[in-house]
Design a protein around this ligand. Sequence first.
Ligand SMILES: Nc1ncnc2c1ncn2[C@@H]1O[C@H](COP(=O)(O)OP(=O)(O)OP(=O)(O)O)[C@@H](O)[C@H]1O
Ligand SMILES: [Mg+2]
Length: 343
Amino acid sequence: MIQINNLSKIYSGGEQEVMALKDVNLTVNQGEIFGIIGLSGAGKSTLIRCINMLEEPTTGNILINGQDVTLMNNQELRQLRQKIGMIFQHFNLLSSRTVFDNVIFPLEIAGIPEKKARQKVVELLELVGLSDKARVYPEQLSGGQKQRVGIARALANEPFLLLSDEATSALDPQTTRSILKLLKDINRQLGLTILLITHDMNVIKDACDRVAVIDNSRIVEVGDVLSIFSNPGTPTSRSFINTIINKEIPEEILHRSVADNGSTASRLIRVSFIGTSAGEPLMSTMLQKYNVKANILYGNIDRVKDTPFGNLTLELIGTLDLINEAMDFLRESGLEIEVLEND
Ligand SMILES: Nc1ncnc2c1ncn2[C@@H]1O[C@H](COP(=O)(O)OP(=O)(O)OP(=O)(O)O)[C@@H](O)[C@H]1O
Ligand SMILES: [Mg+2]
């Protein structure tokens, strides 16, 4: 649906040039919720604004449904933008218009006959759960309700693509979850492709199918969310994931392990697993098979979509040979094993 090729963007208006995007290549598929995560200033908004040509790329091209948007004339761009909805961190509602009149606004601009437009607004407010707020003004709404209006307005012209620029960043975690649920429902019900940019890994985890990590104007990693969560390939991805998964081992655990003495050794290991097959049965098999003891010291588990993943910190006690064999067994069973500092 969206194919970005060798896209670069240099802002050259001010005192010095800013390289906001560098050689970006990315494909977003029809019907997916695609996340882009990066720190402030990484180039996320620039990227999203290049897609609907609110910013003109310096080099490269962007194909949307096979059409190169960088070659479009003004009229073609107007038509394209009508079919690309956009939602923002600060909602961008018109304060002098009621909820109903905010949502009807893009339909007026598109020249939709009034009766049809009004009917559409009724449907949209129903979809976002705000039918009872049609007559109130934005200032009388909560943040979450304002974003629902923003979403209804973005959907008015039946877009094929929804761009979301930090749409949940001004909301509390619970409201964020309800807005993400609405976006997922819309994605499913309407088959709408959603491109969502955020600096919050929870948003990626809760809503996205695939994710691209952008660091310092470049895409450094792209993949499906579960594989990036379970096996991040770059320090940037790792640090985002660590913001939501506590992999830190409490100090007292790290220093409490038994010192090696003669025939008895101990090793502190962290076992990372994905999916249901990887949990307890393997552990008990290992313990039976290799005659080692295990202290379970620490663990946590999370979910991406419906797949559990997590890690378990164990202290294995036994002879060094048996410990090594036990670790090999876990590795061969598909778990990731990391030996931690043990002194
Ligand atoms: N109109 C502009 N003129 C000059 N420089 C700009 C302009 N817009 C953005 N930049 C610069 O381009 C870089 C990328 O900005 P961008 O807004 O894309 O980042 P972002 O990832 O969206 O950040 P945030 O998470 O803070 O919104 C930054 O260094 C920014 O200062
Ligand atoms: Mg931004």
